[in-house]
Every structure is written in structure tokens, then in C-alpha cells.
Design a protein around this ligand. Structure first.
Ligand code: AMP
Length: 196
């Protein structure tokens, strides 16, 4: 079983690249942002609270996302492997991820960190905002999302280092297919080394 998690700041290409990698390696792609947007669209009790947080670029509470994600995972069949996109986004989520995967005797996902500079990210997200219709793709919220990323999500890297969990960093600048090729090269290398 191959498990991956694509990690990086907003706009680094996690969604696009996760889909391409899911296709390449035959993995199940799970985006927690998509799970939340689906929840909002359902108009459940929680919808308004979730949308209020997403639209200002804040994270939803850990217990909520953990519950939503692992319910979704439990319902899936054919588990060749997972690619997580947008999760974990806090230190605590990373701890829980490791606990849940260990309990299922699944390999801890390889953290694949996409590296892109902030100015490039801002440009990309403003472009995306023109077509995405997402409530969080405008400048003020984007700046807020960068701040949340630095303060709350970067500690995930710290957790992976401390727990000696697998991690690689990939240059996320360039054409989409170039970045995909870089990712595949890095991931294949990891697979080769872990088989030795
Ligand atoms: P994304 O589609 O990954 O950019 O996520 C959009 C928004 O959904 C984020 O800005 C957060 O408000 C929320 N979100 C997505 N994933 C998580 C997560 N793992 N933990 C908390 N909030 C999340």
C-alpha cells in the first residue's frame, strides 16, 4: 500500500497534482477542502459554521475534520492507497493521522512538500479566483490563509521530523507537467529506497 500526502501552502498545486498522482499510482484522492465544500453544499446543521470559517481563510476545528475524514475513509473500499490533499493542517491532525494509520496497520503517508514562493502563490490564487467561484480566493483572505499556513500548518513538518516519518521536498514551480514529473521522480525514488 502506498500512501501519500501532498503538503504545501495555498495555491501550491496540491489539488491539481494530487489528482494527477492519484491517476498515475492508482490511489484514492481525498481532499479535505472538497469534503468540507460538499458538507456546505448539503446544507446540514454545520454548513453555515463551516462556510463562515472557510470564507475568512480559517481552519475548521480539528475534531470536525478528523471526524469527517475518517468517516469517509471507513466507507471506502479497495484501499490500494490514499493520497491526502489538504490534511493534516495542524500538529494535532498529524498526531491523529499517525495514530489512526498505525491502528489500521497502514504505512504512514510519505509527506510530499511542494515548495513555491509566496508572490507566485498570490498571483496563482488571484488568477484562480477569477474562475473558481471560491469564497476564499481573494486577496485579503489569501493573505490570511498564508498566515494560517505558517502558524498552524508548518508545524506538521516539525511533527514529521520529530517522529522520523518519511518526507521529501519538491520544487513546485514550473509547468504543471514538469512539476508532476518532479513529483513522480521523487516518489519513485522513495519507493525504491523503502524496498531495499
Ligand atoms: P483547500 O481546498 O485545501 O484549500 O481548503 C479550503 C479551506 O477548507 C481551508 O482554508 C480551511 O478553511 C478548510 N480546510 C481544508 N482542510 C482542512 C483541514 N485539514 N483542517 C482544517 N480546515 C481545513
Amino acid at each position: 500500500m502506498l500512501n501519500l500526502l501532498l503538503f504545501g501552502p495555498p495555491g501550491s498545486g496540491k489539488g491539481t497534482q494530487s489528482e494527477l498522482l492519484a491517476e498515475h499510482y492508482g490511489l484514492e484522492h481525498i481532499s479535505t477542502g472538497d469534503l468540507l465544500r460538499e458538507e456546505v453544499a448539503k446544507g446540514t446543521e454545520l454548513s453555515q459554521d463551516i462556510e463562515a470559517l472557510i470564507s475568512v481563510g480559517k481552519l475548521v476545528p480539528d475534531h470536525l475534520i478528523l471526524d469527517l475524514l475518517f468517516k469517509h475513509i471507513n466507507q471506502m473500499d479497495g484501499k490500494k492507497g490514499l493520497i491526502l490533499d489538504g490534511f493534516p493542517r495542524t500538529y494535532h491532525q498529524a498526531e491523529e493521522l499517525v495514530k489512526e494509520f498505525n491502528a489500521r496497520q497502514w504505512p504512514i503517508p510519505l509527506l510530499v512538500a511542494l515548495d513555491v514562493e509566496e508572490e507566485e502563490l498570490l498571483e496563482r490564487l488571484l488568477e484562480r479566483g477569477k474562475v473558481s467561484g471560491r469564497s476564499d480566493d481573494h486577496e485579503e483572505t489569501i493573505r490570511g490563509r498564508f498566515k494560517v499556513y505558517h502558524e498552524q500548518s508548518e508545524p506538521v513538518i516539525q511533527f514529521f521530523k520529530e517522529s522520523h516519518s518519511p518526507m521529501i521536498e519538491i520544487d513546485g514551480v514550473g509547468a504543471i507537467d514538469e512539476v508532476t514529473a518532479n513529483l513522480i521522480r521523487g516518489i519513485d525514488q522513495f519507493i525504491k529506497e523503502s524496498n531495499n
